[in-house]
Design a protein around this ligand. Structure first.
Ligand SMILES: [Zn+2]
Length: 249
């Protein structure tokens, strides 16, 4: 290509997406003179879901800006916490993020998850149809134009993934209100109404407190794995739970 040369300065948080030889400081790119800045940024490897403000010579420009010769482009990281206007905050997770999905549900966050690989086009369509923020570590998936909103999940460790998503989108936490198996909402239940489906030991040891309105799975007090209790305690301590603000004097 013999188009205009521009200089890009990519925010440190986004440099992991860029090829090694372009990671240090500013990088010079030769464009074709007709591609948008959004396309140029994506070509560098940065998903647009992760790019915040784009500045040309210090002035904000949209992704549709066509860069001209000699421009200095600053690519900032998306601002945290990130607002997702236009619909209640709901997520859709790809096939690799099952643990994260279950932990979000444990905290009461609406997190749809496909345990079978339905393919990128179907996932993207689902995001659009249900207006869900698509969470993925697959940059190719996040580049799909159909998705309603998306976010790259930066870590491959579930603990860090959870902190990443909670810190970025600050969803309202309501622990123990959602089925970790299917994402359905839990309804209060008493032991008598569900005891037929329980094993004898369980019947004797625990008080049933909730049942999933969608799949019927029964949840009972005292039977939570200590690890799950710790996930909830840690998340609420750091990010707060629904009602916390109202009860603060
Ligand atoms: Zn369920």
């Amino acid at each position: 290509m013999n188009g205009p040369e521009i200089t890009l300065e990519v925010a440190p948080e986004l440099r992991l997406f860029v090829a090694h030889d372009r990671r240090h400081g500013r990088t010079v790119v030769t464009t074709d003179g007709s591609s948008t800045l959004g396309h140029v940024v994506e070509s560098l490897g940065v998903p647009l879901t992760e790019a915040g403000q784009l500045l040309v010579d210090g002035r904000p420009v949209p992704v549709s800006h066509i860069p001209g010769a000699g421009e200095l482009v600053e690519v900032r990281a998306v601002r945290r916490p990130q607002q997702v206007p236009g619909a209640p905050l709901r997520f859709l997770l790809d096939v690799h993020l099952g643990t994260l999905a279950r932990r979000l549900r444990l905290l009461g966050v609406d997190a749809a998850y496909e345990s079978e690989d339905i393919g990128d086009p179907a996932l993207a369509a689902l995001s659009a149809e249900q207006r869900r923020v698509l969470l993925s570590r697959d940059r190719g998936l996040l580049r799909r134009r159909e998705i309603w909103a998306g976010a790259y999940v930066y870590s491959d460790r579930p603990e860090e993934q959870l902190r990443d998503v909670l810190g970025r989108f600050t969803p309202v936490l309501a622990p123990w209100t959602r089925c970790t198996a299917c994402n359905g909402e839990l309804a209060a239940a008493d032991k008598d109404s569900v005891s037929a489906g329980l094993e004898q030991g369980t019947q004797a040891s625990y008080d049933v407190f909730a049942q999933c309105a969608d799949c019927g799975r029964v949840y009972w007090r005292g039977a939570h794995h200590a690890r799950l209790e710790a996930v909830v305690t840690d998340a609420v301590r750091e990010f707060g739970a629904a009602g916390d603000q109202a009860s603060t004097p």
